[in-house]
Write a protein that binds this ligand. Structure first.
Ligand SMILES: Cc1cc2nc3c(=O)[nH]c(=O)nc-3n(C[C@H](O)[C@H](O)[C@H](O)COP(=O)(O)OP(=O)(O)OC[C@H]3O[C@@H](n4cnc5c(N)ncnc54)[C@H](O)[C@@H]3O)c2cc1C
Length: 466
C-alpha cells in the first residue's frame, strides 16, 4: 500500500496513512509547501510531536507537515518578559534555550506553564490544543500568548494577536490545526523562582479547602493524584496533594534530591496495571518524603515519559491483544467536584476499564479562545484508562468515557477535545454550543478545505456540514 503510516504516541489508536510527510525547516519552506499543495489540490495535515489522541494531527491521504523542524529561538524581551519561539520547539529545548541565553543573570525568564506527564510536546501543538499545566490560578496557555505567526490556507503569512487578525488568534488557539500552520509564538514568560513542595495525603472532600489554604499561603502550582484501586473505599477519594510555594531567592538549592527516576516510573506503571492498591502506597510515600524539598518553578513541571512503555508491559504479561492508555479530562464546577468523583467511582468501580492514573487540578476561566474548554473556573479531573486494542476493549473504554462525559455534563461541566473522538454529537453540542459555528468559521477561513485531519473530518460529518 502506498503512503506512510502514522500514529499518535500515547494511545496508538489513530493509525492513519498519509500520502507524504514534509518537515519544513523554516517559515519560507512552510509557505512553499502550502503553495505547492494548493497547486496540486492536496489537503494538508499538521503535526508537532504527535501526542493528541483523536486524529487531530493526521489526515488519510493528506500531505503531512511535520513542524518539529521549526526550532528557532528568537528575541528575548527582558523588559516585558517575552520570547519569540519556533512552533516546533519542545518544552525541554525551550527551557534549556532560555537558560543558556540568560546564564549568570540575576533575573532568569522562563516558561509559566506546560503540560504534566510528558515533555516532548511542541509549542504549536500546545497552542492548537490550548493546553494547561498544574497552575492553581492560571488560565489555559492562551493567557501566556502575546502573538503568533500563522501561514494560512492561501499560503499568506499573518501575525495574529489580540489586536491584529484577532479572530484568527481566538480560533487557532484551541483550533487543532484547522486554520493554518503556526510557525512561531511570542510567549509570555515568568521570572524563574525557587519553590518548596508541600505534600499531604488528603481526601476529595477536603481537597478544595486544602487548596484554598495553600493558595492563601502563596502556592502557585498543585495537583491531587488520587487512588486508582477500584476495590478500595479510597478509590478516586484519597490522594496525594502536592503544592508548590515560592521561597526566598537566597535559599540554597540542593545538589541532589530524591527524584522519581526512569526505573521508578517503570515500576509504578507496572504496579498500576497489576497491583493498584500498592501503587498508591509506593507513590504517596515517595511524595511524602519530598515534603519541603526545593524545586525551580520551570523544571519542576518536567516529568519522565516512557516511550512505548505499553509494548514492554504487553510482552511481559503475555497479552493476547496489544493495549495502551487513553486519557480524558473532565471539567466540573468546583463545588460539584465531590459529587462528580463519587459518581465516577460508581461508574468505574467494576474495574472493567481500569484506571491507570488520575489527577485533579484547577483552571481559571478562559474568556478568549473560540472553542474555550475552560468556560468557567473549573476543577479538572484527568483519567488515564487502560484500553485493549480489540473491538470489545475499545468499545468498553469509549463507553466508559462517554459515561464520564455525561456525568460531567450533568454537573454543569465539560470535557477536553484533545483526546479521543468518542463523544457523541449531543455531548459536544452541550459542552461546546459554539462547535457548529467553529466549523462554519473554518470553512470561511479555509474555503477549499486545505487543512484536513481525521478529527476535523469526523466532526464535519457528525455535524453534517457540506
Ligand atoms: C502523556 C500525555 C500527557 C498530556 N498532558 C497534558 C496536560 O497536562 N495538559 C494538557 O493540556 N494536555 C496534555 N496532553 C495533551 C497534549 O498537550 C496535546 O495533545 C498537544 O496538542 C500535543 O502537542 P504535540 O506537539 O504532540 O501536537 P500534535 O499531537 O502533533 O498535534 C496536536 C494538534 O496540534 C496541531 N498542531 C501541531 N503543531 C501545529 C502548528 N505548528 N501549527 C498549527 N497546528 C499545529 C495539530 O494539527 C493537532 O491538531 C497530554 C498528552 C499526553 C499524551
Amino acid at each position: 500500500m502506498i503512503g506512510i503510516l502514522c500514529n499518535d504516541i500515547h494511545s496508538k489508536l489513530n493509525p492513519t496513512r498519509v500520502a507524504r510527510v514534509l518537515r519544513p525547516a523554516s517559515e519560507a519552506e512552510v509557505v512553499a509547501a502550502l503553495k505547492e499543495a494548493a497547486a496540486d489540490g492536496m489537503a494538508v495535515s499538521i503535526c508537532g510531536a504527535r501526542h493528541a489522541m483523536g486524529g487531530q494531527q493526521f489526515g488519510e491521504g493528506t500531505l503531512l507537515l511535520d513542524l518539529t523542524g521549526l526550532t528557532d529561538l528568537g528575541e528575548l524581551d527582558r523588559e516585558h518578559g517575552t520570547i519569540e519561539a519556533g512552533a516546533g520547539l519542545k518544552w525541554p529545548e525551550l527551557i534549556e534555550g532560555l537558560h543558556a541565553r540568560q546564564a549568570g543573570e540575576e533575573v532568569v525568564w522562563s516558561i509559566r506553564q506546560k503540560q504534566t506527564g510528558a515533555d516532548d510536546l511542541t509549542l504549536g501543538g500546545s497552542l492548537a490544543a490550548n493546553i494547561h499545566g498544574r497552575g492553581l490560578d492560571f488560565r489555559p496557555i492562551i493567557g501566556d500568548v502575546e502573538a503568533f505567526t500563522l501561514v494560512d490556507a492561501a499560503g499568506e503569512v499573518r501575525r495574529c494577536s489580540r489586536e491584529e487578525n484577532a479572530e484568527l488568534f481566538r480560533l487557532a488557539i484551541g483550533g487543532y490545526g484547522c486554520f493554518g500552520v503556526i510557525t512561531s509564538v511570542c510567549l509570555r514568560l515568568a521570572p524563574r523562582m525557587k519553590m518548596e513542595r508541600l505534600v499531604e495525603v488528603t481526601t476529595i472532600d477536603r481537597l478544595l479547602p486544602a487548596l484554598e489554604t495553600r493558595m492563601a499561603e502563596g502556592c502557585r502550582f498543585g495537583d491531587f493524584q488520587f487512588s486508582i484501586d477500584e476495590r478500595s473505599p479510597d478509590f478516586l477519594r484519597r490522594g496525594v496533594l502536592s503544592s508548590y510555594r515560592p521561597v526566598a531567592p537566597d535559599r540554597e538549592m540542593p545538589e541532589r534530591r530524591e527524584e522519581l527516576e526512569r526505573h521508578h516510573w517503570e515500576e509504578l506503571i507496572r504496579l498500576a496495571h497489576d497491583d493498584r492498591a500498592k501503587v498508591f502506597e509506593v507513590y504517596s510515600s515517595f511524595y511524602l518524603r519530598t515534603h519541603g524539598a526545593l524545586y525551580w518553578s520551570d523544571t519542576h513541571q518536567l516529568s519522565v515519559y516512557l516511550d512505548d512503555y505499553h509494548a514492554e508491559l504487553d510482552r511481559e504479561c503475555g497479552a493476547l491483544v496489544p493495549a495502551s492508555e487513553m486519557i480524558s479530562e473532565l471539567y466540573v464546577p468546583r463545588e460539584r467536584l465531590v459529587e462528580f468523583m463519587a459518581a465516577a467511582a460508581g461508574r468505574l468501580k467494576d474495574g472493567a476499564v481500569p484506571v491507570i492514573y488520575g489527577t485533579v487540578r484547577l483552571i481559571r476561566r478562559d474568556g478568549e479562545s473560540f472553542l474555550a474548554w475552560a468556560r468557567e473556573d473549573f476543577a479538572c479531573v484527568i483519567f488515564n484508562l487502560h484500553v485493549e486494542h480489540d473491538e470489545a476493549g475499545i468499545e468498553a473504554a469509549a463507553g466508559a468515557f462517554r459515561d464520564l462525559i455525561d456525568l460531567a455534563l450533568s454537573f454543569g461541566g465539560s470535557f477536553f477535545l484533545t483526546y479521543h473522538r468518542w463523544a457523541r454529537c449531543d455531548q459536544i453540542e452541550r459542552a461546546y454550543p459554539q462547535f457548529a459555528e467553529f466549523l462554519r468559521l473554518k470553512e470561511k477561513h479555509d474555503p477549499e478545505g486545505r487543512f484536513q485531519s481525521e478529527w476535523w473530518r469526523h466532526h464535519r460529518n457528525l455535524f453534517e456540514m457540506p
